[in-house]
Design a protein around this ligand. Structure first.
Ligand SMILES: OC[C@H]1O[C@H](O)[C@H](O)[C@@H]1O
Length: 301
C-alpha cells in the first residue's frame, strides 16, 4: 500500500491569452472549477493506473464531492476528513501555449497535526510507501515519524520553498524533482546539464534515488551508479497543469507492480503526455487502458 498525505484543492482555471503581467488587468477566455491539489492529483493518477493508494487529506465540509471523486477512482479515502475550515484552493492561469501560473491558498491543507501523523504511522506497515508533496504543513514531524516506522518515503518538493532545505531529506528513498527543484536542492544553476544536476543531487543525498522530470527534454532515473533516460514524447500541450502529478502517480503504480525502472519511466511519461493534451488537473489524468494503448501504438514501434 502507498499512503499519500497530500493537498486537495479546488482549482479555479482561467484560460488567458498570456500570463498576466505586473500591474495588468486581463480578461480571461473561460473559467472552470475542478479537482486539484498535487496530493489529490497524484493519488488519483496512481489509482487510475491500477495502484493501491490510501489518501490522507483534509477538505472543507461542503466539498465532500472531491472525496467522492477520489473514492470512485479507487482511492482509499478512509482518512480524508471533512472539517469546518475552507478547503485549499488554487487560482490557475493557463495561456494559449498551455503554460500555467498558480497561486495557492492552503486552507485545510495546513491543518495537519501530530494526531494525523501518528494515525498514519500506526496504520501503515513497515515497508509501505509514504508519498508527500510540499503543499501541507508539519512535514518535518511527518517524515521523522515515517522514518521511525520504517516506511519507504517518496518526496516531491513541489512547490519548492526554503522550508524544504530544512527537511530530513536523507530519510527519503525517492525524490521526484523538476529542473528548478533539482537545481535548488543541489545548489546549482537551473541551466545546468541534467547529468550535472543528477550528480549534484547524488553528492548531497547519496542514498536517495532521484526521478528528474524535464518536460520536453524527457525524464531521468538515478540511484547510485544506475541511470535510465526516458525521451519526451512529441505531443502538442494544451495545458501542462498536473503533468508532473500524473507522472508521479503512474510511476509509483508501476513501481508497486515491481516493473523495471525503464518501464516505470515509460508508463509515467506516456501518461503525462496524454494528460498535457487535455485541460484541467485531475480532469486531465488518463486511465491505465488509455496509457497502455498509447504505449502499444504504432508511433511507439
Ligand atoms: O500540480 C498541479 C496542482 O498544483 C496546485 O496544487 C493545483 O491545485 C494543481 O492542481
Amino acid at each position: 500500500m502507498l499512503h499519500n498525505l497530500g493537498s486537495i484543492n479546488l482549482d479555479h482555471f482561467y484560460r488567458v491569452p498570456h500570463l498576466v503581467h505586473p500591474g495588468e488587468t486581463l480578461a480571461s477566455h473561460s473559467y472552470q472549477v475542478g479537482l486539484g491539489g498535487k496530493g489529490a492529483n497524484q493519488s488519483l493518477a496512481m489509482a487510475l493506473a491500477g495502484g493501491q493508494v490510501c489518501h490522507w487529506g483534509r477538505l472543507g465540509r461542503q466539498d465532500g464531492w472531491a472525496r467522492d471523486r477520489l473514492a470512485r477512482a479507487g482511492v482509499d479515502v478512509t482518512h480524508v476528513e471533512l472539517v469546518d475550515e475552507p478547503s485549499g484552493h488554487a487560482i490557475i492561469q493557463v495561456d494559449d501555449h498551455g503554460e500555467n501560473a498558480i497561486i495557492l491558498c492552503p486552507g485545510a491543507n495546513h491543518g495537519f497535526t501530530r494526531r494525523h501523523h501518528e494515525a498514519l504511522c500506526e496504520t501503515a506497515r513497515p515497508g509501505d510507501w509514504l508519498l508527500v508533496q510540499n503543499e501541507c504543513n508539519a512535514l518535518p514531524e511527518l517524515l521523522e515519524c515515517a522514518r521511525q516506522q520504517g516506511l519507504a518515503i517518496a518526496f516531491n518538493p513541489a512547490p519548492m520553498s526554503d522550508t524544504v532545505l530544512a527537511l530530513p531529506l536523507e530519510a527519503c528513498q525517492l525524490l521526484f524533482v523538476n529542473r528548478g527543484e533539482a537545481a535548488w536542492l543541489a545548489g546549482l544553476p537551473e541551466t545546468s546539464d541534467a547529468r550535472v544536476l543528477l550528480e549534484g543531487l547524488h553528492a548531497r543525498l547519496p542514498a536517495t534515488a532521484t526521478v528528474l522530470t524535464l518536460g520536453r527534454e524527457g525524464a531521468w532515473y538515478q540511484s547510485g551508479s544506475e541511470r535510465h533516460f526516458q525521451p519526451a514524447l512529441p505531443v502538442a500541450p494544451v495545458d501542462t497543469t498536473g503533468a508532473g502529478d500524473t507522472f508521479i502517480g503512474f510511476f509509483m503504480a508501476a513501481l508497486q507492480e515491481q516493473r523495471s525502472l525503464p518501464d516505470c519511466l515509460a508508463f509515467a511519461a506516456h501518461a503525462a503526455a496524454l494528460g498535457v493534451q487535455r485541460p484541467g488537473a485531475a480532469d486531465s489524468i488518463p486511465s491505465r487502458d488509455e496509457v497502455e494503448r498509447f504505449l502499444a501504438s504504432p508511433s511507439n514501434a
